[in-house]
Design a protein. Structure first.
Length: 217
């Protein structure tokens, strides 16, 4: 099963990808994983990526497509995959569709986790990081003031820069302008089957809905 997991920042893609990866026994592959794997393997592509990242520059769409192709033709994904974070733009979709055609990936679904932007904004701006155990917790889960509800550490909870209101707004705007048009692309060109899932429910319920709907993929 070939799954492209999709949704706005804070929709729960990473959490759900990990859960369904364990159930279906197929790897969850993020763009970060692909880049790190290429660098660690010290291939020609990996050396290019390492130099680009060391210079603080962005990996080009063309090079990213080559890395994705390299990963998707490896033995690691021979039984399927959950691709997280790619494609991010309609331009990248064009590369991705070429890769799918070349590798004969015909059993693909786009799993779209739907959450209202107002809910996401509240969800992200209410998050805190425990610097003791690295758990990410919601302010509503804190029972004792300045105490991590996971490990019990005192005065260990901080607000991450990525979860500041102005940063969250910017991330959501970028998603709306650059990434959301991918849905419209696949609605007009249904080479991938779009599966919509309600992400505004308990984590376990979201997983149940995903697994039920993936049976039609």
């Amino acid at each position: 099963m070939e799954i492209v997991i999709f949704g706005a920042p804070g929709a729960g893609k990473g959490t759900q990808a990990k859960r369904i990866s364990e159930v279906l026994n197929i790897p969850h592959i993020s763009t970060g994983d692909i880049l790190r794997s290429a660098v660690a393997a010290k291939t020609e592509l990996g050396k290019k990526v390492e130099a680009i990242m060391a210079a603080g520059e962005l990996v080009s769409d063309d090079l990213m497509a080559q890395l994705v192709r390299e990963m998707l033709e490896s033995d690691k994904v021979k039984n399927g995959f959950i691709l997280d974070g790619y494609p991010r733009t309609v331009k990248q979709v064009e590369y991705f569709e070429k890769i799918r055609k070349e590798l004969n990936l015909n059993n693909s679904c786009l799993l779209n986790i739907q959450v209202d932007f107002d809910v996401i904004f509240k969800r992200l701006t209410s998050r805190l990081l425990c610097i003791n155990c690295n758990a990410i917790v919601n302010e509503s889960d804190i029972k004792e003031e300045n105490t991590c509800p996971v490990c019990g550490a005192k005065n260990s909870l901080i607000k991450r820069k990525d979860d500041a209101p102005e940063v969250v707004r910017r991330r959501l705007n970028v998603y709306k302008e650059s990434t959301e048009p991918i849905l419209e692309y696949y609605e007009k060109n249904p080479t991938l089957k779009i599966i919509n899932v309600n992400g505004d429910q308990a984590v376990e319920k979201v997983t149940e809905e995903i697994l039920a709907k993936l049976k039609d993929c």
